[in-house]
Write a protein that binds this ligand. Structure first.
Ligand code: ADP
Ligand code: MG
Length: 439
């Protein structure tokens, strides 16, 4: 019911940002509403027992409608501010309607109207909160004129029933406020941590981009000169000069490739197109794993006709980087296994790469995605694979997440929007141009 209360999984968002209640405000509200409906349904039944004169048909009808609406909300895709606003405004209005048929301001549960204002305050904008407040004030005014509860039909002493109802209302209010405040507090902590991480990444990105920019010109000159030197060596028949200058040119090329990567120059013609992601993954995965010499078992589970807007070259690069990491993580695993899943999920297309390798945890996990951050320093790791992948994912307005259980498995999820409109590529951090590398 409350997805956000589940034990936090070690997930790191590499691209696509992490909003408060990311993707989940609506689902969370839907969960909260199920609880509220359960509470309203049961108190209405109890009230009917205590006050046989209570007319439960209108309240029952509204509750049934609300159940239907909540099922509908459940299927409304993605959390968007206006949906949250619509939900809260709808809740205030329907609560007002329920109260109208159940005693108006004389119903102790009228205090729940105030809870909605608090909820709007933490989940939505100031304007929406003001709107909810105004609506609540109007509803309270109208409710002052509602017919009172039929206390005269009470089966038990009225004073006792009123006290019990008041206690139940306060109990419910305390429970709802407590749960919401707890969840919100937890999310706020997560948001602060994510924000600090984003800031650090942005600074590192700028730093890396700046250094790359400064080194670009001298490196290009070294590359040019060393290539000429190779020719000079060949012309003079001096094998030693030729060998040394070839080494020089090779290393300068390597450095220049890294610079290109750091500046976001991954492929020429990075343009967005509607991709058949299933076919793409089915073809690419075995090919890349074969090239990387993966000896374990691999499966590609791709639902048919899953398509999304994205740049083919960027998608290829991200998948290659992620698969390479998966292969490297499973070298010491007894039965290496890499699973790639392509599926439609809500309004998105997800590509998941899961491996049963050594995983990653602690500080390494928290600092994931920083340029040059690698745990493979001794074996040729550059620490650029995930960084570049995150830059590319951002360019495609996609999100990239890594989730890992240290020592057990790692799952990298790329989420693309599969809308029917062409989505432009975002110009993030650095320029564009040719270059290619897998890290
Ligand atoms: P590199 O592979 O050159 O080290 P990456 O940016 O590709 O750089 O990855 C950064 C780090 O993230 C790796 O050094 C590794 O510690 C960790 N990592 C990435 N993918 C995985 C994975 N599938 N399993 C375990 N650790 C991983
Ligand atoms: Mg790598």
């Amino acid at each position: 019911m409350f997805p956000s209360l589940r034990r936090a999984r070690p997930v790191v968002s590499l691209a696509g940002g992490s909003a408060l209640f990311a993707g989940g405000v609506e689902r969370w509200l839907v969960g909260l509403r199920w609880l509220a409906l359960l509470g309203m349904g049961s108190t209405t039944l109890l009230a009917k027992v205590a006050l046989p004169g209570l007319r439960v048909v209108p309240v029952g009808a509204i509750l049934v409608l609300l159940v239907g609406a909540n099922v509908a909300w459940h299927f409304v895709a993605r959390a968007r501010e206006r949906h949250v606003t619509a939900q809260i405004l709808g809740d205030v209005a329907t609560l007002g309607l329920v109260l109208w048929f159940s005693g108006g301001v004389g119903n102790p549960f009228a205090v729940f109207l105030v809870f909605q204002i608090a909820l709007a305050g933490v989940l939505t904008t100031g304007r929406t909160t003001a709107l909810v407040t105004l609506l609540t004030l109007a509803i309270v005014t109208v409710l002052a004129f509602a017919s009172p509860l039929p206390w005269e039909t009470a089966r038990w002493p009225v004073a006792l029933l009123q006290r019990l109802a008041m206690a139940a209302a306060l109990f419910g209010l305390a429970l709802f406020s407590g749960v919401s405040a707890y969840v919100y507090g937890r999310r706020l902590e997560e948001l602060r941590a994510a924000h600090a991480r984003d800031e650090r990444l942005a600074v590192l990105g700028r730093l890396a981009g700046g250094v790359a920019h400064e080194l670009n010109t001298p490196l290009a000159t070294i590359l040019l000169a060393s290539n000429e030197l190779v020719e000079v060596g060949a012309e003079r028949g001096d094998a030693e000069i030729e060998r040394l200058s070839r080494t020089l040119a090779g290393e300068a090329k390597r450095a220049s490739d890294v610079i290109d990567l750091l500046r976001g120059r991954v492929h020429a013609g990075l343009s967005s197109e509607l991709l058949d992601v299933s076919t793409f993954a089915r073809e690419l995965v075995p090919q890349v794993l074969g090239r990387l010499g993966f000896r374990g078992e691999h499966v590609v589970v791709a639902a048919p006709r899953v398509s999304a807007w994205g740049a083919r070259a960027a998608l290829r690069q991200i998948l290659e980087n992620v698969l390479k990491n998966a292969v490297e993580a499973t070298v010491d695993t007894e039965h290496p296994r890499i699973e790639v899943v392509v599926a439609n999920e809500r309004a998105d297309v997800v590509i998941r790469v899961r491996d049963n390798g050594h995983g990653i945890g602690g500080e390494d996990l928290q600092r994931l995605g920083e340029p040059f951050r690698t745990t493979k320093a001794g074996t040729g790791g550059t620490g650029l694979g995930l960084y570049i992948s995150s830059v590319l994912a951002e360019q495609m307005q996609a999100s990239l997440e890594l989730e890992s259980r240290d020592g057990e498995e790692t799952c990298v999820t790329l989420t693309l929007a599969h809308g029917t409109f062409p989505r432009g590529l975002r110009d993030v951090r650095r320029g564009e141009g040719p270059g290619d590398a897998t890290n």
